[in-house]
Design a protein around this ligand. Structure first.
Ligand code: FAD
Ligand code: FES
Ligand code: FES
Length: 1405
């Protein structure tokens, strides 16, 4: 076969033919697109198929089906060699901001579905593929296609609203010739309208759709007079505009739409906007406009399917065309891997550094790709993809009686929760079976169904074996090296056979199982004849519960069987206390919970009845399309049309982001002579470095240099972002104090070589004792010297006289930033020791200063620049210095430009997280629950160095009142030093931790005093003039208004009653509701940071160039700044441009953080523009009928300087940390949120049914951006409090280094209803145009979900007679929820061994 095989790879990209001779089989499609074709729109985020940012569409012609098939795939996992004969479409191939946008791109941009934009091309391509397959999709289809895509910024609602406009749920009728697809302008009256867009009110918002392709174009003034009200974005249940109408009425506003009085006099402050974009003016989707499939790929099936062989330096790729060729290859290379989707092999190569020299792709072998049906069931070739299996089985279920397809139904249900669409589209059943992962989702089902595997040897011998008994040990099976898996046969079920599958994961969509199971029972003559139970996640392989299986035979299916099965299952499925995966008790309980559900369901099947109180826990998880509303105050009618302040204009870069044109750091084209850096990171938590040997690394062809501590003078090696604590090193010299520290850098001609070589650097260590957890640090007295302490009043006396004293503690885990773009930089050495450093950092100044110090040059030689970041959230503030300083040293020493971009796992292993917290509290309380005194001790795990932790603990301690007033208090904050990565800023900067202590305390007070939790919160609420913990008077307190609005909007009283009824009627599902107020302190805690600069030039053509000290990372800073310019200078938006942030334009800038960027840089721009306006005033006066350009030209001709620096200093900040005198904060942002949740008490799963949020953001500069920030922060907070759990080994190894192990919320996690309102009529005199800061404050609103979960758990415990106080740690992950519920199943578990008597697999920091 080798002789016949071609070495020519031919495929199409965006309609262009690509031919590559002998491609390297190690190349992924993503690498080729980005590095070889320079199509950088497709992004690399994780490289492990877990985020979808690299999604592209591949299309192929299926000669059998005579059909073109379109698939969304992860380009990061797809081997380039697998692209032969395919047509690849990338985000660049479907539309452009310069020519024509594709409707998906247009809608996503206009709906504000893009913030940092790094996830956006992947989302565009998932949706595009859906449209190519189904031009009139439903929202359900959209959610399925989005299962494999993540976004860290938006909170998903805005994305879904944009995509909804392309679905039948949008108001399109779904008919063949619907106006949404036939090119006409919109549905006429009477057509189905679910999003309230029919009224045609095109107020000020519609300027978004001004002339040309711009989002915020200035050409059209036709819509300048309306109110900007364009219906709603919800659309669930077809209520559409009515839903919002109702909302507004609840709201009590009398005149809303169009500002037309409907009830009494018109009031300016009642002008409410309910739509953030205009759905009327969208380009209709016309499938006939799509690019055609390359005809050559249809017409030349011979070369599309011919055998291939590609040889690279380390790996050879074979693609045989027939089974015999495949077997011959397998005989020749017994160790060869058969590669289908590469979703397992790709991850092994990337993350486990496995090497597979021979790969065989069986994709053209008919026997492995076909599906055969007979009277016993179905046989799938081993290379059939999961998507095809899903489609086959679904079709069978629609054609066969339900009883016959019970296994198929369980498999399709399982596939719904198996990875994301992109993975299912390529991965094959054979890959899943042969991998034999102990948490494979298919294996337990196949085993319980008694499926058969057909294996074939290289000589063509076949044997069929049951899959039960196939696995021998962890990822080991009985197949011999020369055998391949040919096919798998799955049987039908008989009428008396029952089957179900279960899976529990941390996240419902796209997550691997914690435990899964498959159950089969045959019941004849009311007795069990056969029973099979197989579990995944309970041992090194999927296991059968053999004792239980045998013991149940012959027994009637009744309660006594249940009782016996529960005891037997515990015997069958033991789990040692140190078992990999941890969560021992939870996993054991799940085995019982799953069986119990199967038992109940089978009772139902047999008898036709299920106990009413148990029904809800048997329902298959079904998620209706989420609904949402957004309310905000619209601008006055008489606001000039070019003045964009207050309008929901789209993000400045939205068009570039949706088309892939937006350039991020790693999209910068290679520079001449550029080298790539590979990091040598410490692999011990605490150790002495005995030796570092790079000799082998430097022998790697292409490796050029190695740098380490030896290459920098010791005094310059000392570094650290905290000016008073230089407790870090550029390169670790003698010891390492955490895993993930930089020991050295290898430079090479390309990234892959640099990384490969870096792994070959040998570091010898001598281990030293390590401190990992906060508890370890407290025990070892490992603290930083500074203790934060606030005291007021006579606390002891207050406790003495208190009616009640409530005590408790709370633990809150850390949180990964999980910005989609990892940290990176490009350092370019220049003459005179100058260096230009492009860096993905929100703290350019600190990078500049530390690079200058490491190089021993003045700061005036170093320029740090950032165009935009793919998210930051605080994680790119100071920690980026640990990348930029060694890279700058390497660039300086080598004299070459050096590019370094961290891999996802490197980033997560080394960049630090939000500080984990442990806190204790004690409160003196009256009988009504009013707090009279408080004592709190807060410990934050700082990691190995100070970094910014002093600021974080300062904010935590000054936020521990949340929105409450404490008459007397004693508050202590301590920073624990541990041998873990240095923890750092993260949205909220300690604020959420502090507020969490307050809320945990309120929650305990209410439960211990048996009071209503909302009532307790209300009686303690802060009021105007109260002094906070730094003795600063509280001003502009609006929390009571926010709460009142939330209570009314959510219908809290009604909800509480409904919850009570639901909980009474449902045994295994419980609901909870909680309302949480929210206060965030605004200003940098360190007064000197509250300054900001801007540089504004006006050129003689009237165009305006703005540079600010702040960095654009998706939060919309630049957009708000240019809105300010339009108002002050009175120019249209198209004249204004903000290019990038650079330290040579605006020096000494504070980091873009603390929610302060608009307050500082927006104000600095305002200041600069006011100066310019004054300079232009005489020319304007002289020619009042002239244009802006005329005045500018006249000013220039009169030699007036048209370049101005603007500057802003936040006034009134004078807090002295020693005396505690003076104001620490500028003002306060308030809000309130109410959430309703439902918990499955048997599994710990939960769903957020409804969240209402009201935030006071003053007079919003841009309601779309502000609501986007609120929703994004809410979902990030939801991750923090309910989902994202860092997992560390007891010796300091971070297991959670990628999206596979660390779960951030996905599309499927947004509340079923999400209602966000901006408090109206609350101008803030202390910031730009009466606005307020918005970035961080809303994050804590997600605590409402956490406390609603606690309420639900309390209901479960009360039902089970448990009255002890409930202590639940954050995040409320399924294991914690389940174990807190406690019932007859958890009671069956044997006593857990004493902590300390064994080494757990995992610890919480
Ligand atoms: C993001 C992500 C999410 C995932 N989610 C899930 C999940 O929810 N549930 C789950 O169970 N798994 C999950 N997986 C694991 C993986 O996708 C599946 O196991 C998948 O079915 C593997 O198929 P593949 O075709 O990609 O395998 P490949 O990577 O191509 O191959 C895997 C292994 O199977 C062997 N092999 C393949 N075919 C044959 C054959 N015919 N004969 C002999 N050996 C063969 C290969 O040699 C190789 O060792 C996930 C993976 C990723 C990356
Ligand atoms: S980069 Fe490919 S899925 Fe994350
Ligand atoms: S916009 Fe989605 S990750 Fe930033």
């Amino acid at each position: 076969m080798d002789d016949k095989a071609s070495n020519e790879l031919i495929f199409y990209v965006n309609g262009n033919k690509v031919q590559v001779s002998s491609p390297d089989p190690e190349w992924t499609l993503l690498f080729f697109l980005r590095d070889k074709l320079r199509l950088t729109g497709t992004k690399l985020v994780c490289g492990e198929g877990g985020c979808g940012a690299c999604t592209v569409m591949v299309s192929k012609y299926s000669p059998d089906r005579k059909k073109i098939v379109h698939l969304s795939v992860n380009a990061c996992l797809m081997p380039l060699c697998a692209a032969h004969g395919l047509a690849v479409t990338t985000v660049e191939g479907i539309g452009s901001s310069k020519t024509r946008l594709h409707p998906v791109q247009e809608r996503l941009a206009k709906s504000h579905g893009s913030q940092c934009g790094f996830c956006t091309p992947g989302i565009v391509m998932s949706m595009y593929t859906l449209l190519r397959n189904r031009p009139q999709p439903s929202m359900q289809d959209v959610e399925t296609y989005m299962q494999g895509n993540l976004c860290r910024c938006t909170g998903y609602r805005a994305i879904l609203d944009g995509l909804r406009t392309l679905t039948t749920d949008s108001g399109g009728c779904g008919a063949q010739n619907c106006c949404r697809t036939n090119g006409s302008s919109g549905c006429g009256p009477g057509d189905r309208q679910t999003n309230g867009t029919g009224s045609g009110e095109n107020g000020t918002n519609s300027r978004e759709n001004g002339a040309g392709s711009g989002l915020n174009g200035t050409g059209s003034k036709e819509n300048g007079t309306g109110s900007g009200v364009n219906g709603t974005n919800s659309g669930q249940n077809g209520t559409g505009s009515r839903e919002n109408g109702t909302g507004s009425r609840q709201n009590g506003t009398s005149s809303r739409q169009n500002g037309t009085p409907t009830n009494g006099a018109y009031r300016e402050e009642d002008r409410v906007g309910t739509s953030l974009f205009d759905t009327e003016r969208l380009t209709p989707y016309d499938p006939s406009q799509e690019a055609i499939f390359p005809p050559e790929l249809m017409l030349r099936p011979d070369w599309v399917s011919r055998p291939l062989k590609f040889s690279g330096p380390r790996v050879t790729w074979h693609r045989p065309a027939t089974l015999s060729e495949l077997l011959r290859l397998k005989a020749a290379y017994p160790d060869a891997k058969l590669v289908n989707g590469n979703t397992e092999i790709g991850v092994e190569v990337k993350l486990k550094r496995c090497e597979y020299p021979v790969l065989i792709n069986p994709g053209q072998v008919t026997e492995l790709t076909s599906v055969t049906w007979d009277e016993d069931g179905v046989t799938f070739g081993a290379a059939v993809t999961l998507s095809d299996i899903e489609a086959e089985l679904q079709a069978a279920q629609s054609q066969q009686p339900a009883w016959k397809t019970r296994v198929f139904s369980a498999i399709t249900e399982m596939l719904r929760w198996f990875a994301g669409t992109q993975i299912r589209n390529v991965s094959a059943i054979g890959g899943n079976i042969m991998t034999g992962s102990p948490i494979s989702d298919l294996v337990p089902l196949l085993m319980s169904a008694d499926s058969q595997l057909t294996l074939m040897t290289s000589s063509g011998e076949q044997r069929t074996v049951p899959i039960r008994g196939f696995y021998t040990a962890y990822r080991q099976n009985i197949a011999r090296p020369d055998e391949i898996l040919l096919s798998v046969t799955v049987p039908y079920t008989a009428e008396d056979e029952f089957f179900m599958g279960f899976k529990q994961a941390h996240r419902r969509d796209d997550d691997i199982a914690i435990v899964n199971a498959g159950f089969f029972v045959r019941i004849r003559d009311q007795k069990v004849r056969t029973f099979r139970a197989t579990y995944g996640g309970m041992a090194a392989t999927a296991v059968s519960a053999t004792k239980t299986e045998q013991a149940l035979v012959g027994r009637p299916w009744d309660d006594s069987l249940l009782q016996e099965a529960v005891s037997l299952l515990l015997e069958d499925l033991p789990l040692g206390p140190s078992a990999p995966g941890g969560m021992i008790e939870y996993r054991r309980t799940l085995t019982l919970s799953f069986f119990f559900k199967f038992y109940l369901q089978t009772c139902g099947w047999i008898t036709g009845r299920v106990d009413e109180s148990c029904k809800s826990v048997l329902e298959k998880f079904h998620r209706p399309t989420p609904a949402s509303t957004q309310l905000y105050q619209v601008v006055p009618n008489d606001q000039p049309v070019e003045d964009l302040v207050g309008r929901p204009v789209a993000h400045m870069s939205a068009l570039k982001q949706v088309t892939g044109e937006a350039q991020y750091l790693d999209d910068i084209p290679p520079l001449a002579g550029e080298l790539h850096a590979g990091f040598v990171l410490s692999s011990r938590a605490h150790a002495r470095i005995v030796s570092v040997d790079a000799r082998e690394a430097l022998q790697e062809p292409g490796a050029t240099h190695f740098f380490s501590a030896k290459d920098i003078a010791p005094e310059r090696n000392k570094t650290g972002p905290s000016p008073h604590h230089q407790d870090e090193e550029v390169f670790r010299a003698e010891t390492v104090t955490s895993m993930g520290q930089v020991i050295g850098l290898v430079l090479a001609y390309d990234r892959a070589t640099a990384q490969r070589a870096a792994k070959k650097v040998k570091v010898m260590y001598e281990d030293l004792p390590a401190i990992i957890t906060t508890e370890d640090a407290i025990r070892e007295n490992s603290f930083t010297p500074t203790v934060h302490y606030f005291e007021h009043g006579d606390v002891d006396i207050a406790f003495y006289s208190a009616a009640h004293v409530v005590e408790g503690s709370v633990r809150m885990g850390g949180q990964e930033h999980f910005y989609l773009e990892t940290v990176g930089c490009i350092a370019v050495p220049k003459e005179d020791n100058e260096m230009e450093v492009h860096v993905s950092s929100q703290g350019l100044n600190i990078n500049q200063m530390l690079i200058a110090r490491a190089l021993g040059v003045p700061a005036n030689r170093i320029v740090c620049k950032a165009k935009r970041l793919g998210g930051g959230f605080g994680g790119k503030e100071s920690r980026t210095c640990s990348v930029t300083t060694p890279v700058a040293v390497a660039a300086n020493r080598s004299g070459r430009p050096v590019r370094a971009v961290l891999e996802r796992d490197e980033d997560m292993a080394s960049m630090g997280t939000r500080h984990p917290m442990l806190a204790t509290y004690r409160a003196g309380v009256t009988a009504e629950g009013k707090v009279t005194c408080v004592e709190m001790e807060i410990f934050l795990n700082a990691g190995f160095s100070h970094d910014l932790s002093l600021g974080v603990i300062s904010r935590a301690t000054t936020s521990c009142d949340n929105a409450y007033h404490y008459p007397a208090y004693r508050i202590t904050g301590k920073l624990c030093l541990t041998n873990t990565p240095s923890n750092t800023a993260f949205r909220g900067f300690g604020g959420p931790q502090g507020s969490m202590v307050a809320e945990a305390m309120m929650d305990d007070i209410a439960s211990q005093l048996r009071l209503d939790a909302t009532q307790v919160r209300m009686v303690n609420l802060v009021q105007e003039g109260h002094l906070n913990v730094t003795r600063q008077p509280m001003v502009q307190v609006t929390v009571d208004r926010c709460i009142a609005e939330v209570v009314q909007k959510a219908g809290l009283r009604r909800l509480q009653q409904e919850v009570e009824t639901f909980n009474r009627l449902n045994r295994w599902k419980k609901r909870g509701v909680a309302l949480i107020p929210n206060k965030f302190n605004i200003a940098f805690g360190l007064a000197l940071l509250n300054q900001g600069g801007a540089l504004v030039h006006i050129y003689t053509d009237g165009s305006v160039l703005v540079t600010v000290g702040g960095v654009e990372m998706g939060q919309g800073l630049f957009t708000k700044c240019y809105q300010v310019v339009t108002r002050v200078l009175g120019v249209s938006a198209d004249r204004v441009y903000i290019s990038e942030t650079a330290t040579d334009k605006v020096p000494n800038a504070s980091p873009t953080a603390a929610s302060m960027s608009t307050d500082l840089y927006g104000a600095a721009v305002l200041n600069a523009c006011e100066q310019l306006r004054e300079r232009l005033a005489p020319f304007r006066k002289a020619a009042p009928d002239g244009t802006f350009s005329d005045w500018v030209l006249a000013a220039y001709q009169s030699r007036v300087c048209l370049s101005v620096c603007g500057f802003e200093v936040t006034k009134g900040l004078a807090f002295d940390p020693l005396t505690h005198i003076g104001d620490m904060y500028s003002y306060f942002v308030f809000g309130a949120a109410c959430s309703l949740v439902e918990v499955d008490c048997l599994t710990g799963d939960h769903q957020v049914l409804k969240t209402d949020i009201v935030m006071d953001v003053g007079e919003s500069l841009n309601p779309a951006i502000d609501i986007g920030q609120i929703e994004g922060a809410f979902m990030q907070g939801y991750g923090l409090f309910c989902m994202e759990r860092l997992k560390y080994s007891p010796n300091g190894f971070n297991f959670t280094r990628g999206p596979g192990a660390y779960k951030i919320p996905g599309f499927g996690d947004i509340p079923l209803e999400l209602h966000v309102s901006l408090l109206r009529g609350s101008p803030n005199p202390r910031a730009v145009y009466s606005s307020k800061a918005v970035g961080e404050p809303p994050l804590f609103s997600a605590a409402s979900v956490f406390f609603a979960i606690k309420e639900a758990v309390r209901a479960a415990r009360a039902q089970n007679g448990i009255s002890e106080p409930l202590r639940m740690e954050s995040p409320a992950t399924p294991d914690r929820i389940r174990m807190a519920c406690r019932d007859m199943f958890t009671d069956k578990l044997p006593q857990a061994p004493e902590p300390g008597s064994f080494k757990p697999w995992m610890v919480d920091l």
